[in-house]
Every structure is written in C-alpha cells, then in structure tokens.
Write a protein that binds this ligand. Structure first.
Ligand SMILES: O=P(O)(O)OP(=O)(O)OP(=O)(O)OC[C@H]1O[C@@H](n2cnc3c(O)ncnc32)[C@H](O)[C@@H]1O
Ligand SMILES: [Mg+2]
Length: 174
C-alpha cells in the first residue's frame, strides 16, 4: 500500500520554523510510541484499528515523563510526582493524548493529538484513574479527579484528540 505522507505546503520559512518547533515540543517520542503501537496492533489484528497513548509532560523537565508517565506513576505515586518538581521554578504541565488510526497492516498510522494545559498539584479528589488527582487544567480550579466525568470529558486531552479522530473518520465514510 502506498504510504500517505502528509505534507505541509508553505512558501514561508518562518511558518515552517514555528510549526517544526511546536511539533517538536509536543513530543517526537510520543508520536513514535503511538505510531509503533498502532502499526503493531494492525499487524496482529490483520485489519484496521485505533490505539491510544497518553502522556503527562512537565514543563520544568522539558516534557518528561511524557509517554513514560505510566512507569513514573507506578514507582513514585502522586506524592513522588509532586516531589520531582521541588526546586523547579514551575509546576506547569500538559496532558497529551494521541489516537492512532491504521487502515490495516503495512498502512502508516495517522495520528490525532489533543493537549490540555495545566499544573501538577498535591492530590485532590476521588482518584480512580491514573494521575487525575494531581492534574489541574488551567482556569478550572479543579483537578481532573474533582470534576464530574462530563466536565472532564468536555475539556480533556482525550476529548480534544477524539474530536479530531472523529472528524477524520467521518470523511472516510463518504
Ligand atoms: O494498553 P494501553 O492503551 O497502552 O493503556 P495504558 O494504561 O498502558 O496507557 P498508556 O500506555 O497510554 O499510559 C498512560 C498512563 O497514564 C494514565 N492515564 C491515561 N489517561 C489518563 C487520564 O485521562 N487521566 C489520568 N491518568 C491517565 C494511565 O493509567 C497510564 O498509567
Ligand atoms: Mg500502554
């Protein structure tokens, strides 16, 4: 199957420089992890599939733990993740969700990213899901764990990525 590389068309070198910088910031590694997972899933399934990866990125640590958050959370817990940032000038962080769609084995996965910006805080709320208690999206005054599911799903990294995926899938149906 022909690979479908997406091309950014511009005659403006400044646009290109800024788009490159912003994409690099959103994590080359995150996209590599998401692409590899989806490619492998499509091979194993022998058909089209969707996978999802979630990263939690600390500004003070240049985006780490990023896609490795699962292991950091497991080993350090909510408290340990807060302690990681002691001594740094900022607790700013962003949650990044990457959906990957593959049309089937050998077909290059297409990625859909959603980002929500916020801060890492001392755990608050009823934490049933991962790092929800320690992530407070900007302007909400609540951690993900303190929000109703409806509220989280109206502003979350996952909601934003899924909107893009949904839009793409709706164009395939035509
Ligand atoms: O099989 P997969 O889909 O990979 O599921 P996973 O649990 O391994 O998930 P990831 O590899 O994406 O790792 C992300 C980590 O972040 C956690 N996580 C993912 N989405 C989250 C969210 O919306 N709120 C809080 N924690 C989340 C999740 O529990 C993992 O510990
Ligand atoms: Mg995983």
């Amino acid at each position: 199957m022909a690979s479908r590389k997406l091309k950014f068309v511009t005659g403006n070198a400044n646009k290109l420089r800024e788009v490159r910088a912003i994409l690099a910031q959103s994590g080359g590694t995150t996209r590599e992890v998401a692409t590899a997972k989806c490619r492998r899933a499509a091979e194993l399934l022998g058909g089209p599939c969707i996978t999802e990866d979630t990263a939690l990125c600390f500004e003070a640590l240049n985006g780490l733990p990023g896609p490795y958050i699962k292991y950091f959370l497991k080993e350090l817990g909510h408290d340990g993740l807060n302690k990681l940032l002691v001594g740094f000038p900022t607790t700013a962080a962003w949650a990044l969700c990457t959906f990957a769609y593959s049309a089937g084995p050998g077909s290059e996965p297409i990625l859909f990213e959603g980002r929500t910006d916020g801060h890492v805080v001392t755990a608050r709320g009823d934490g049933k899901f991962g790092w929800d208690p320690i992530f407070e999206p900007n302007g909400t005054g609540q951690t993900y764990a303190e929000m109703t599911p409806e509220k989280k799903n109206s502003l979350s990294h996952r909601y934003r990525a899924l909107s893009k995926l949904q839009e793409y899938l709706s164009t395939l149906k035509e």
